[in-house]
Design a protein around this ligand. Structure first.
Ligand SMILES: [Zn+2]
Length: 232
């Protein structure tokens, strides 16, 4: 058994959740899962239909984007994952999809406003949309620069990647992450649902106000605060 089997298994399982949750079409989307001690991550191979994936097909890559093990070419977004793992040293898994509603907000180049408690249960701020990438970034090392576009957006806005585990990249689509594959996929699904609700909210009332601070604080604290009482 390969020493990477555990992350290949976790990566396979997380990738297979994307079509189940209706977050991807065809071969769109990719999940990676890291082993920090080994300094590598497993990621979906490029362009392979979900039904043909197996744990063994997950490609092993280091945090500089070098292929360590695997016969298939890794996802075309591999360098974005590598940069995020390298700079943000507490994330254990990353998800990228083109899920419809989150991608629509990214294409509209808008943050997703915090309209309700579903959003507040997961984030106390609007979900950020990084600006579209510059021509130089696009012509250069595009996937690598996409990682920096995400990191720079968090730096400029003084956001913590451990608190806000999702972002939109302007003109492109969402990225989400978490401490493991299950949490990262959960965050990608939450992001899509919050994006859908926010879109509908603006259709019903284009002037819908943001959630009150008291409710933002209440919902965040009861789920994440030191006296959290959500769940068992
Ligand atoms: Zn993409």
């Amino acid at each position: 058994m390969s020493k990477y089997q555990h992350i290949q298994d976790a990566c396979y399982k997380a990738n297979m959740q994307l079509p189940e949750l209706n977050l991807v079409l065809f071969t769109f989307g990719n999940v990676s899962v890291a082993d920090r001690a080994l300094g590598v991550f497993a990621i979906k191979p490029s362009g392979v239909p979900y039904k043909d994936l197996t744990p063994e097909k997950m490609v092993i890559v280091d945090f500089d984007g070098n292929i360590i093990s695997g016969d298939l070419r890794p996802s075309s977004d591999t360098k974005t994952h590598a940069v995020l793992y390298k700079v943000w040293d507490k994330i254990g898994a990353i998800v990228h999809t083109h899920s419809t509603y989150a991608t629509a907000w990214a294409q509209a180049q808008r943050d997703i406003p915090i309209f309700g408690t579903t959003h507040a249960d997961h984030n106390t701020v609007d979900i950020p949309c990084a600006p579209p990438m510059s021509d130089d970034m696009i012509k250069g090392n595009y996937e690598y620069e996409t990682g920096y576009q995400i990191i720079n957006c968090f730096r400029e806005r003084k956001l913590s990647y451990e608190e806000v585990e999702m972002i939109l990249v302007g003109n492109h689509a969402p990225f989400a992450w978490g401490k493991n594959g299950d949490k990262a996929v959960y965050n990608a699904a939450v992001l899509e649902e919050v994006a859908r609700m926010a879109y509908l909210t603006e259709q019903i009332n284009p002037k819908a106000p943001r959630l009150k601070d008291a409710l933002i604080e209440k919902h965040w604290q009861r789920k994440h605060g030191k006296d959290a009482y959500y769940g068992q």
